[in-house]
Design a protein around this ligand. Structure first.
Ligand code: XMP
Length: 518
């Protein structure tokens, strides 16, 4: 792999993704990694990320300087660039000239591989207070900006390189090209990492892990569990059984999509448990958001356990083998965020199947553990899953249950489902599915307002549209949808959904608002 050393900024994941976009496999490691540990991973290259600190600050993230002596090509970025400079005898200074945002740089050396075939002047994304004042001995300065004399350097003999700017950020012109120059030309790594190879590798791994064992997988209708199941199915066929819980809080057409389109595309054996009544009953009269979430979580576990127990029993009766494995759609960001822990389930993966109790004795199969969301989508497409599933926007596990502000009943669910279907249809028709992250549609069931429709007075409920743009759902901005589209959606909802006489738009970013209303 290429190791991406994390110095504590949010950039490490982004760098890891960009390296993979260059068709090179990457892994994130902490900055505390030692030279011995690096060698054990046999990396083809190392990228040092940026970080929030100054190299001279007390408690600044340390780095084992011996790593620079291993002969492994290294690219330092921002803080990582300064770490490299100081470790090898250069100097870093508090120049007082803080550069932040788009900054012009002049490339003085395009003969060197790092900035080869690049324009002499370009705009890049900077974010730093300290600057490298002098490059270490043996290094050539490649670029500068008005306040940063040493904005990039290289030592070809040692295959050590660095840039002050952030090539991983889209605002840096030619940023991806800098990374690719480092990976493919300076480090000589072939671009051979693609979804086809990942599938082959994972299939072999799953077979080795599972053998002739039986495997169960909870399908939520979301992308991650759908792709994980498809991958496992490719590896071991009918040793896999999937369970889909219809809790009645799904959106229009979701169950059919899973039962028909998904099964048709994969040939997976699927068991649907219909527990709509059980959920409605459990939620009756409850309007507090946290209580709702707890009830939904509890009922979900109960249902899943029941289905498991039945399948295990059935499996034992037919061929004696118990079900020993459980598939989870854990993604790489979950792994990184939970400290890179290996083996056992973390909080996020619990959550992926609706919160599994700790005493379920299964061995986990997690074929997406090393992948980012966009890679999971690419693999899903390669496995032949329908676009409606692979390109699905995020949808919360508790479903429409947390999009009705007020208590939940059948009538309200039907109403919201109808409004939601209209919104999704119109957004898709306008070609905006890829542009927005998701668009929750919320029913304010406890609010009524006066309206006039036909000749009569109405006293109906408002529907809230919550279109958001986001990279990772941690922060979000409200999406500026075209007025004409909003008008069309509003018209259709008020005309077609009985009981709704008003449509309002949520124009709050996150923070302070969360994406969902509950
Ligand atoms: P919030 O509302 O916290 O949502 O800004 C962030 C993202 O998470 C989704 N979400 C959930 N997903 N189970 C899930 O699987 C949940 O309980 C849950 N709550 C929120 C939300 O749709 C958004 O994408």
């Amino acid at each position: 792999p290429v190791l991406v050393v994390d110095f504590g900024a949010q950039y490490a994941q982004l760098i890891a993704r960009r390296v993979r976009e260059a068709s090179v496999y990457s892994e994130i490691v902490p900055h505390t990694i030692t030279a011995t540990e690096v060698l054990a991973k046999n990396p083809r290259g190392i990228v040092l990320s940026g970080g929030p600190s100054s190299v001279y600050a007390e408690g600044a993230p340390a780095f084992d300087a011996e790593i620079f002596e291993l002969g492994v090509p290294v690219l330092g970025i921002c803080y990582g660039f300064q770490v490299m400079a100081t470790a090898l005898g250069g100097t870093v200074a508090h120049t007082g000239a803080r550069e932040y945002g788009s900054t012009p740089v002049v490339v003085s050396n395009t003969d060197n591989v790092l900035l080869a075939d690049q324009p002499d002047s370009q705009t890049v994304w900077m974010s730093h207070g300290d600057s490298v004042a002098t490059a270490p001995e043996g290094f050539t300065v490649l670029a500068s900006s008005t306040s940063t004399p040493v904005a990039a350097f290289a030592n070809d003999a040692k295959r050590l390189y660095g840039v002050q700017w952030h090539p991983e950020v889209k605002h840096s012109e030619n940023g991806q090209h800098v990374l690719e120059n480092f990976l493919h030309r300076a480090a000589g790594i072939d671009p051979d990492w693609n979804s086809g190879n990942v599938i082959a590798e994972q299939v072999a791994k799953i077979r080795a892990q599972v053998g002739t064992g039986k495997v169960i997988c909870g399908l939520s209708g979301g992308v991650d569990s759908a792709v994980a199941a498809a991958l496992v199915h490719k590896a071991i066929g009918d040793q896999l059984v999937c369970v889909f819980v219809d809790h009645g809080l799904l959106r229009e057409d979701e169950r059919r999509q899973v039962e028909e389109d998904y099964v048709k595309a994969t040939g997976i054996r699927l068991v649907t448990v219909d527990v709509r009544e059980q959920f409605l009953k459990a939620l009756e009269g409850v309007s507090d958001p946290e209580t709702k979430r707890k009830i939904i979580g509890r009922e979900f576990i109960r249902t899943f356990e029941q289905a498991q127990a039945e399948l295990i029993l059935e499996a034992k009766e037919t061929d004696g083998d118990p079900i020993a494995f459980l598939v989870q759609g854990t993604l790489y960001p979950d792994v990184v965020e939970s400290g890179g822990g290996s083996g056992t389930a973390n909080i996020k993966s619990h959550h992926n199947v609706g919160g599994l109790p700790d005493d379920l004795k299964f061995e986990l199969v997690e074929p997406l553990r090393t992948l980012f969301k966009d890679e999971v989508r690419a693999i899903g497409a390669e496995l032949g899953l329908p676009a409606e599933i692979v390109q699905r926007q995020p949808f919360p596990g508790p479903g429409l249950g947390i999009r009705i502000v007020g208590s939940i009943n059948q009538e309200r669910l039907d109403l919201l489902r109808k409004a939601d279907a209209i919104v999704r249809f119109e957004l898709t028709a306008a070609g905006l599915d890829r542009e927005i992250w998701q668009c929750p549609v919320v029913l304010l069931a406890d609010v009524r307002s006066v309206g006039v429709q036909g000749d009569g007075r109405t006293y109906g409920h408002p529907i809230v549209l919550r279109p958001v743009s986001s990279e990772d759902a941690m922060t979000a901005d409200w999406t500026r949808l075209p007025y004409d589209l909003l008008a069309k959606i509003s018209n259709r909802i008020t005309n077609e959904v009985d009981g709704v006489n008003r449509v309002v738009l949520d124009v709050t970013s996150k923070p302070p608002g969360t994406i969902e209303w509950e």
